[in-house]
Design a protein around this ligand. Structure first.
Ligand SMILES: C[S@@+](CC[C@H](N)C(=O)[O-])C[C@H]1O[C@@H](n2cnc3c(N)ncnc32)[C@H](O)[C@@H]1O
Length: 302
């Protein structure tokens, strides 16, 4: 599953939250991490699990620039290289290609373990004991996890439906692949395009709009006898859209319902963590009343 994430992080994104959550949501998330950063002493050590391009380290360092942070992720991350403005992330020890099921660190070498929309993607029976193992006694575990039907997960599902339609066997990208592969008329491609535009699914400029723009470019390349260029463009569009669709599917699959969240708390407690706070992190002011950003958790190793 990590190729989609590697592609995603190499595209200059600090954040993973699919919904482009509102400024209010971003402020709520920032406050959640700032509270931890403020509670840690100067030179305190933090391991951020499934760190992506380091959005949690950035939030922590924004509040407490003297923290010593390690960020690990299975994807091929390198935020200082892939972000146009890495800022304070230059001080973070990022370790790409690192599976958090088995952390390459000694017992008790961090003051806190954090994860934002990360640990729930992993086998928790393995990763929770690992997270607890590497923190000191008295150390903090602070997590923000996806909640099913949250402000982030619900719009992600809508976007995935749009991608599924574009990638379907009778969808425009498959018809484009046939069109650019051989000297066939564009009738099927045109029909698929019309069907997509007439369908009930939500279409967005960022997904359908960009794919239709790419299709027009591919047709143009065929018209100017550059069939190879058209094939390459079609293959790139299919590869990128499939990666994006897969990421959204992972997100929906890993989002926790209430029993799932309770099970995480139980697992943490069984591994010697005493719960200090657990529940929903409410969405920002502009959201519907019943929306939340995700599940928040804070506990201390006893
Ligand atoms: C939704 S992103 C979250 C990234 C970051 N924490 C953020 O909030 O922007 C999920 C991340 O989990 C990582 N991941 C999934 N399984 C993993 C594993 N077993 N070990 C380490 N990282 C993993 C993915 O590579 C991806 O970067």
């Amino acid at each position: 599953m990590n190729e989609p994430w590697t592609l995603y992080w190499q595209a200059d994104r600090l954040d993973s939250a699919e919904a482009n959550h509102s400024a209010d949501d971003a402020a709520a998330i920032q406050a959640f991490w700032c509270s931890l950063a403020a509670a840690l002493h100067t030179g305190g050590t933090v391991i951020d699990l499934a760190t992506g391009n380091g959005t949690v380290p950035a939030a922590l360092l924004g509040e407490n620039p003297d923290l010593v942070i390690t960020g690990v992720d299975k994807a091929d991350i390198d935020p200082v290289r892939f972000l146009s403005t890495p800022g304070e992330l230059a001080s973070v020890d990022f370790r790409g290609g690192t599976d958090i099921c088995s952390l390459p660190f000694d017992d008790g070498c961090f003051d806190a373990a954090t994860s934002q929309f990360g640990i729930e993607y992993t086998p928790l029976q393995q990763t929770i004991p690992e997270a607890v193992r590497v923190i000191v006694r008295g150390g903090v575990v602070q997590l923000l996890m996806h909640r099913a039907s949250s402000e982030i997960v619900a719009p992600a599902a809508t976007r995935r439906f749009e991608m599924d339609a574009l990638l379907a066997d009778d969808g425009v990208l498959q018809k484009l692949a046939v069109f650019v592969a051989s000297d066939t008329p564009a009738d099927d491609l045109e029909a698929a395009g019309q069907a997509h535009l007439a369908s009930e699914i939500v279409r967005t400029p960022g997904i359908s709009g960009q794919i239709f723009e790419g299709i027009n470019q591919a047709i143009q390349l065929v018209t100017t006898s550059n069939r190879q260029g058209a094939r390459e463009l079609c293959a790139t569009m299919q590869m990128r859209l499939t990666a994006d669709r897969d990421r959204l599917q992972f997100l929906e699959d890993c989002a926790l319902d209430k029993p799932g969240f309770d099970a995480v708390i139980k697992l943490l407690e069984a591994n010697g963590v005493s719960t200090e706070a657990a529940g929903e992190l409410p969405a920002g002011a502009g959201a519907a009343d019943d929306f939340v950003i995700g599940w928040q958790y804070r506990g201390r190793k006893t």
